[in-house]
Write a protein that binds this ligand. Sequence first.
Ligand code: ATP
Ligand code: MG
Length: 240
Amino acid sequence: MSTPILQIQNLNSGYGQLQVLRDISFDVTPGEILAVIGANGAGKSTLFRTISGLIVPMSGNIWFDGINITGYDSARIVSRGLSHAPEGRRVFNGMTVEENLKIGAFRRADKSRASISAGLEQAYTYLPKLRDRRNQLAGTLSGGEQQMCAIGRALMADPRVLVIDELSLGLAPIIVEELLYTLENIQEGGCTIILVEQDISIALSFSDRAVVLQSGQVVMTAPSPELLSNPEIIKFYLGG
Ligand SMILES: Nc1ncnc2c1ncn2[C@@H]1O[C@H](COP(=O)(O)OP(=O)(O)OP(=O)(O)O)[C@@H](O)[C@H]1O
Ligand SMILES: [Mg+2]
């Protein structure tokens, strides 16, 4: 098995005195699509925020590509190649699609004009609808298009790992399918993907492997097809 691109070791994290994540450990293999699943409040977004550097963990370590990034701020983590699209999309409403994408380029290692143009071209190739709407204000985009914009912005940092929190939330199935197709292309382009997802059937049918969170703890890590074919386990841990 290849060296993990991301390693989470005995991670404890939360908000102030409130501990949410307890002793979380798992590895992410380069090139895989890993799903992090769990019921509402299981701690998925807290895990996402801790990995992204938005929350400093109480203890434990996060290794990215051989470097201990624990305690790095979010900008530094993105610059190293771990990019994220947060829950709720958070596009800049008053800016155009292209301006949103260009903001993502601030964390690109190579900030030359040629490199940023290449990044834009790549984002538009993966997300052709954004090209058509490049001059539209992001706040006027549909939910699905905003998600595309958030993914495009994360891609502009030229990541090796892309973490997405709640890809499918509030979106019609046909839009989710389109987004998953895009993610597959991004993965085939060499990017590792971590999908933090509340919709278990979407997450499991799309990913190679899944980490199951329950009350802030990892209760299971297994190949996704194995979990899909075992509804008892899903019911037991996720109540669905
Ligand atoms: N900013 C915050 N301050 C204090 N507690 C928080 C904060 N954000 C989340 N929590 C708490 O942390 C726990 C885990 O929340 P988290 O958002 O990580 O869950 P989640 O698995 O992402 O849920 P969902 O599926 O609803 O997105 C919850 O009990 C929540 O109330
Ligand atoms: Mg969440």
